[in-house]
Design a protein around this ligand. Structure first.
Ligand SMILES: *[C@@H]1O[C@H](CO)[C@@H](O)[C@H](O)[C@H]1NC(C)=O
Ligand SMILES: *[C@@H]1O[C@H](CO)[C@@H](O)[C@H](O)[C@H]1NC(C)=O
Ligand SMILES: *[C@@H]1O[C@H](CO)[C@@H](O)[C@H](O)[C@H]1NC(C)=O
Ligand SMILES: *[C@@H]1O[C@H](CO)[C@@H](O)[C@H](O)[C@H]1NC(C)=O
Ligand SMILES: *[C@@H]1O[C@H](CO)[C@@H](O)[C@H](O)[C@H]1NC(C)=O
Ligand SMILES: *[C@@H]1O[C@H](CO)[C@@H](O)[C@H](O)[C@H]1NC(C)=O
Ligand SMILES: *[C@@H]1O[C@H](CO)[C@@H](O)[C@H](O)[C@H]1NC(C)=O
Ligand SMILES: *[C@@H]1O[C@H](CO)[C@@H](O)[C@H](O)[C@H]1NC(C)=O
Ligand SMILES: *[C@@H]1O[C@H](CO)[C@@H](O)[C@H](O)[C@H]1NC(C)=O
Ligand SMILES: *[C@@H]1O[C@H](CO)[C@@H](O)[C@H](O)[C@H]1NC(C)=O
Ligand SMILES: *[C@@H]1O[C@H](CO)[C@@H](O)[C@H](O)[C@H]1NC(C)=O
Ligand SMILES: *[C@@H]1O[C@H](CO)[C@@H](O)[C@H](O)[C@H]1NC(C)=O
Length: 805
């Protein structure tokens, strides 16, 4: 069955490919049990996820080029259905949505594209990428064997595939797309759908294959992916956890190797070290015969506007090898680049050789690959997290650092060890350039608190929030009138299914509450002084993004479920609704909307629900720009009418710090002068603490010992094979100062160091001579250049930290 499909494709592909020019033009793409096969060649592919709408088109070329110099062969992206089909049959591929131009940019830089169409993508993206209008299709059941859902899913998938075919972007047409994905981690929810789950999987696979893209399809985390669709692994440890391809003829693919973990408000996760990523990637290659690894994310970027899903912070995978601003994050980027280079030296043996593996110790193992032309490559694995044993391999002794893999491209010399970081560390600094710290720089506008009589949408019950707002706004006012005969202190109790609630009585703020990422439901009790006569009860329910995962997402509910005052239940009172804010209707965040409104001078009394506006000139230069909102509470920020996302400073992590203080302002959102900054602040934040900052790498640091392998680039050379500290400042900056230099036994590492008991007195002089005034420098670990061994009998290290200016 598989052979028939791909053979037809191959013939067709070969003809078209011959006519195409430029880039990583694929030719026919097939696969076997070892790898993807492109134009007849097996391939070992390192790929990285970069999502086009999470940055701006002017950033794409440099992100892709940094990915390429990081040793990647391919860029992976989802396709964002809700951005492209805002209404059924109406399509939008403009600006940040320009999928074709993104793919062409990747192609022009010579990389492949892995296209994860989904079109359900999860991705910490609003509604998992599904357009909200699907919610209102009669009898729809998302992601199951359900005719209405299948109709729209097929319709969109076909639209995308046809569009890409007409642009000749599939590999068989000479384009860069070598693989596509249908659905996404479906196995997580499949059981919940009973019989409609497995039949949906079969339908989705057949539908995708029937689109004749002539490149293979994958289903990630889908052990029973129907032939010829490849099942693949997602996670942090696929070298251990992957159950394997479901046919010996399918390659082992890792579609999401998490370089970090997404952060939500109230909890940011632990940083995943570069060593751990490198270890598990190498383990996947040897232990699971892996030949494809995609880093999720390689560049995370920014959840602009309201695109983040529930409780996700605006910054996305800032800890990836390229940070939110597109700056190289070290040592992750550099260490993985070294890994890629070392593995690529073994490609021939890995892809075409025969594998043998044997034990080197209780928790140590050798994997040896012998190629037909005498190639030999070895991976020495030490799974022991607590010791660094010496092992014997082919008559030589190798010390294997704890929890590490040594890569020997010639079966003799270690080119790379996953635990030994030789690439530099770097320090990112935010510098305030424009301080908006005086009252004259701001104007304000009070958001209106509606009462029941101001509303026109009415119901005798508490409406579900998403069904009421249709996601045109995060905000929904629930209002009612409450009449009583005499003045009274009482308590208003509200139960909400999410996400945030602010309670007002007679225009006065009483209190607020919120759920969390783990439990979005909460209840809020606020003490209230009620007047005699009619009281206006106004409850502002706020969502922080739609859900992005789980079965039956179309049935998910948010907003209020019951309200009482004292022991009186108001749940079935007559309620009046207002969708969105007055300021949103007036478009206060645009130049035009803002100029029509009556703004007033900053009145420095703290108050809920206020709009603020200011103007600022763009910082000079090309460094990325960020808005420091550390003094604010919760809300949304706009620059020249573009929403740069929701902010929520007041919801602290367990360590007492906000989850995110700086908010990315892409340079392309800015004009040289007079940029309009508008904030909608829900709490009583202080705009006088806001500043416009630039983001730059200000310090670089390197640390090697005599046992670090030399840089992989020097592997093939006979000379110059020494460990080195290699430092490099960002473009247009030079090393201006050596903050620390020690050849000896410095304590600690680049994150925290101090002089040790032994130290070569020549350390500073040698390093300054090699580095000062230069953009990059290389200082070999060598007794000779530092005037001999400063500490005989002790392992000697070289640690240098330098300032870039
Ligand atoms: C997709 O649906 C739209 C209407 O919603 C229709 O105009 C269009 O022809 C359909 N496309 C396909 C490929 O079925
Ligand atoms: C795919 O190819 C098969 C024949 O190989 C053909 O029957 C089918 O119509 C094609 N489908 C599309 C969407 O082009
Ligand atoms: C916070 O994140 C950590 C992972 O870094 C996780 O173990 C923990 O369960 C999370 N806590 C909450 C409340 O979400
Ligand atoms: C060889 O590696 C496989 C995993 O790929 C493992 O299951 C097996 O136990 C290893 N064999 C030996 C002798 O170490
Ligand atoms: C990897 O390939 C070898 C043959 O080269 C085979 O013996 C082994 O079973 C495969 N391992 C996995 C996990 O597929
Ligand atoms: C989502 O992002 C796109 C492009 O990045 C933006 O144009 C759009 O306004 C955002 N959507 C929402 C609902 O904020
Ligand atoms: C609301 O309007 C009704 C009539 O439409 C009026 O009787 C009532 O007094 C108004 N309530 C308030 C609080 O103004
Ligand atoms: C959504 O609202 C409509 C009326 O506007 C109602 O008929 C429908 O039952 C509601 N659906 C849900 C899921 O609440
Ligand atoms: C309630 O709101 C109405 C406007 O709808 C206003 O006229 C009235 O004064 C308010 N009542 C109180 C007690 O604030
Ligand atoms: C979530 O919070 C609500 C309200 O605080 C509580 O009633 C419920 O038990 C919690 N649910 C879980 C799963 O913890
Ligand atoms: C809200 O309803 C739930 C059951 O749906 C009930 O347990 C709870 O006590 C009610 N809360 C209020 C404030 O009425
Ligand atoms: C950096 O050094 C180079 C020479 O190595 C010099 O041409 C350049 O002007 C310097 N740049 C800065 C910002 O100091």
């Amino acid at each position: 069955m598989r052979m028939v499909v791909w053979r037809w494709v191959w013939l067709f592909g070969a003809v078209v490919a011959a006519a195409a020019v430029g880039g990583a033009s694929g030719g026919a793409v097939t696969y076997d049990g070892r790898s993807l096969i492109i134009d007849g060649q097996r391939k070992l592919i390192f790929s990285g996820s970069i999502h086009y709408p999470r940055s701006t088109p002017d950033m794409w070329p440099s992100l892709i080029s940094k990915a390429k110099s990081g040793g990647l062969d391919a860029i992976d992206t989802y396709v964002f259905w809700n951005l492209h089909e805002p209404q059924p049959g109406q399509y939008d591929f403009s600006g940040r949505r320009d999928l074709v131009s993104f793919i062409k940019q990747v192609h022009s830089q010579g990389l492949y594209v892995c296209l994860r169409i989904g079109p359900f993508i999860e991705g910490e993206w609003s509604y998992g990428g599904l357009p909200f209008w699907l919610h209102d299709i009669p009898n729809v059941q998302f992601r199951s064997d359900n005719e209405p859902f299948k109709f729209y899913m097929q319709n969109f998938t076909t639209k995308i595939v046809n569009m890409l075919k007409s642009e000749n972007l599939y590999a068989s047409q000479g384009g860069p797309i070598i693989i596509s994905q249908i659905e996404n981690e479906y196995q997580n929810v499949e059981k919940a759908f009973g019989d409609r789950g497995p039949s949906y999987v079969r339908w989705a696979a057949a539908m995708a294959v029937g689109l004749n893209t002539s490149v293979p399809w994958v289903m990630c985390k889908q052990d029973d992916a129907p032939d010829p669709v490849i099942n693949s692994c997602n996670g942090m440890m696929c070298g251990e956890t992957f159950v394997g391809p479901n046919s010996p003829n399918k390659p082992a693919m890792w579609t999401e190797d998490w370089t970090h973990f997404y952060d939500n408000y109230g909890n940011t996760t632990k940083i995943r070290p570069a060593q751990d990523i490198a270890y598990h990637a190498a383990l996947f290659i040897v232990n699971k015969n892996g030949s494809y690894i995609n880093y999720y994310m390689y560049h995370g970027g920014t959840n602009f506007g309201r695109n983040a899903s529930a409780f996700m912070i605006t910054s996305y995978y800032d800890q990836a090898p390229l940070d939110e601003y597109g700056l190289i994050r070290q040592p992750k980027w550099g260490h993985l680049k070294e890994l890629h280079a070392a593995v690529k030296l073994c490609s021939q043996a890995l892809l075409y050789g025969t594998r043998t593996n044997f034990s080197l110790g209780p928790l140590q193992q050798a994997f040896v690959y012998n190629g037909g032309n005498g190639e030999c490559a070895a991976f020495l694995v030490n799974k022991d997290a607590a010791s660094d044993p010496d092992v014997q391999f082919q008559d030589r002794t190798y010390r294997l650092p704890r929890k590490s893999i040594s890569i020997l491209p010639d079966c003799k010399t270690v080119a790379f060890n996953t635990a030994k970081v030789s690439s530099q560390y770097s320090t990112r600094t935010m510098g305030a350039v424009v301080k908006l710290d005086s009252p004259e720089k701001w104007q304000e506008f009070d958001e209106v608190i509606p009462s029941f009589n101001d509303t026109s949408l009415r119901s005798d019950s508490l409406l579900e929030q998403m069904n009421t707002t249709k996601d045109v706004s995060d905000y929904l006012w629930y209002t009612t009138s409450y009449e009583q005969s005499e003045e009274l202190r009482s308590v208003i109790t509200v139960d909400s299914r999410g996400h945030v609630l602010r309670t007002f009585v007679n225009g006065e703020f009483l209190g607020s509450g919120h759920g969390t990422y783990r439990n979005q439901s909460f209840s809020l009790e606020s003490g209230a002084s009620l007047k005699s006569g009619v009281n206006n009860i106004s409850l502002l329910s706020i969502m922080i993004g739609l859900p992005d995962s789980g079965a039956y997402m179309e049935k998910r509910a948010s907003g209020l479920i019951n309200v009482s005052i004292g022991d009186k239940d108001l749940t079935f009172y007559s309620w009046g609704y207002q969708v969105g804010l007055v300021g949103e209707k007036l478009q206060l965040y645009t130049e035009e909307g803002s100029s029509k409104a009556e703004w007033s001078k900053l009145n420095q009394s703290p108050q809920q629900l206020k709009w603020y506006k200011s103007k600022f000139d763009a910082p000079e230069g090309t460094d990325p720009v960020a808005l420091n909102l550390g003094s604010m509470g919760k809300g949304t920020a706009w620059i020249n009418g573009e929403s740069i996302g929701r902010y929520w400073i007041s919801f602290h992590q367990p360590n007492g710090l906000p989850s995110q203080i700086w908010y990315n302002i892409p340079r392309s959102f800015l004009k040289p002068t007079d940029n309009l900054l508008v904030l909608f602040e829900e709490e009583a934040g202080d705009p006088l603490g806001v500043s416009v900052d630039t983001v730059s790498i200000t310090k670089v640091c390197g640390h090697v010992s005599g046992s670090n392998p030399p840089p992989v680039a020097s592997y093939l050379k006979q000379r110059g094979r020494r460990p080195k500290v290699q430092l490099r400042c960002p473009p247009s900056k030079n090393i201006s100062n050596i903050l620390f230099a020690s050849f000896g036994s410095p304590l600690g590492d680049c994150s925290r160091y101090a002089p040790g008991s032994c130290h070569s007195t020549k350390s500073s002089a040698v390093v300054e001579r090699a580095c000062l005034g230069r953009r990059k420098c290389s200082v070999p670990w060598s007794y000779r250049s530092f005037g001999g061994d400063p500490c005989p009998g002790v392992s000697t290290h070289l640690l240098i930290e330098a300032e870039c200016q």
